[in-house]
Ligand binder design. Structure first.
Ligand SMILES: [Zn+2]
Length: 395
């Protein structure tokens, strides 16, 4: 980071940083660490709403309204920082084979849609321990154990409950249906979602929700099969569902619909996909395809968000600095508005789409942008992109 900051301060890069990005002064590494350590990740929440406002302004938000006039928000836990040596009072920790790893994690929230490649991130919820220093004063213990003791840690499931409580009003404006993996299909999370006036489609595996599986086993489900010719083989899309099962915890009951889907290939006699979900949406023969398509769009948060942020040109897991309060969280969060804007530009900025199409992998594209940025002087962002389009392939 320091190297990049120093190079930004030199020659063309300095001028480009001013001309294109409106950067006037470039602070040093220590200064940045000190400044951002006290900034809470929540302070960026409004930026994501502004991003949605831009998506509306440029007419691309409509395509995300896919279920009952509302959007799909996929949730998933993401590790973004881990170390056996560097840690703070808010680190989560896990001990395996005698080794303790300290890490930071968040529940990411991302707009997805069936059939769409571009995902748009919303405000995340950090999964972090409160300051436990002093609760387990064992001076003989190793530093990590001494700091953390055996207190109950924050976790993805608790963060999943906090998200709709915190952002429920905004999610409600978006008429959101939340998507999540099997971890979310418990009674308490479903209830928190419904209490916030939202809907859910959560993956529900028999092993982890035996009570629901048992009810399904003794119910009389409805079924529908559609045969699709792919050009190579005949696929049977098999839908099975029951309305009105119960999701239970501590004597409380919540009505849910259970939905199973599998794809059977007639020519090979094999099932190539199967999954099941619970939802609060009523399922009928006429609408059963849509909740399945929406439930299946959940994986886009893993593939189109987490994987891209970790491996394709962003720096989600890079250790820029840990800090004592929020520094490493803020370094992670700063990736998200950038990722949002890139997604938006891929949807509606003609020059950006042209420039991006000159490259295969996303990280190759960003590397090329950096190279051009270093080597040439540009007067504006438009000037920069036009140059990339002309010269990307040696044109
Ligand atoms: Zn930490």
């Amino acid at each position: 980071m320091l190297g990049y900051q120093e190079s930004l301060g030199r020659g063309n890069q300095r001028k480009n940083a001013g001309n294109i990005l409106n950067v006037k002064e470039i602070p040093c590494n220590n200064q940045i660490n000190r400044l951002i350590d006290g900034v809470k990740p929540e302070e960026f929440d409004e930026n994501f709403k502004d991003g949605i406002g831009l998506a509306e302004k440029y007419g691309v938000f409509e395509q995300y309204k896919v279920l009952d006039g509302g959007v799909l928000i996929a949730l998933d836990g993401v590790w973004f920082q881990s170390s056996e040596k560097v840690f703070c009072d808010h680190c989560l920790h896990i001990t395996k084979d005698g080794k303790t790893t300290c890490y930071h994690s968040m529940t990411a929230a991302v707009l997805v849609r069936p059939g769409g490649e571009v995902v748009l991130p919303l405000a995340q919820e950090m999964i972090r321990n409160e300051d436990t220093r002093g609760t387990d004063k064992n001076d003989d213990a190793e530093p990590v154990q001494k700091t953390y003791g055996k207190q109950k840690q924050d976790c993805e499931r608790t963060a999943a409950k906090r998200l709709p409580e915190k952002h429920g009003a905004y999610y409600k404006e978006l008429k959101a249906t939340l998507l999540g993996d099997d971890l979310y299909a418990n009674h308490n999370t479903c209830k928190a979602v419904l209490d916030s006036g939202l809907s859910f489609i959560f993956t529900c595996k028999d092993d982890s929700h035996p009570w629901i599986a048992e009810q399904f086993k003794y119910s009389t489900p409805e079924t529908l099969t559609r045969v699709v010719w792919t050009g190579k083989n005949h696929r049977e899309y098999r839908y099975t569902w029951v309305n009105g099962l119960e999701n239970r915890a501590d004597g409380e009951k919540l009505p849910v619909q259970y939905l199973h889907f599998e794809i059977y290939v007639r020519e090979t006699g094999k099932i190539v996909y199967k999954n099941s979900w619970i939802t609060d949406k009523t399922i009928t023969k006429d609408n059963v395809g849509l909740p399945v398509d929406c439930g299946r769009a959940r994986w886009k948060i893993e593939n189109g968000n987490n994987n891209v942020l970790k491996n394709y040109g962003y720096h989600l897991e890079h250790n820029f600095g840990h800090g004592e309060n929020h520094a490493c969280e803020i370094y992670c969060v700063l990736n998200l508005p950038a990722f949002f804007i890139h997604g938006l530009m891929i949807l509606c900025d003609e020059n950006f789409i042209k420039a991006r199409s000159c490259f295969g992998r996303r990280d190759e594209f960003y590397n090329a942008l950096r190279t051009f940025f270093r080597a040439h002087l540009f007067q504006s962002w438009e000037d920069f992109l036009s140059f990339v389009i002309i010269h990307a392939k040696g044109g």
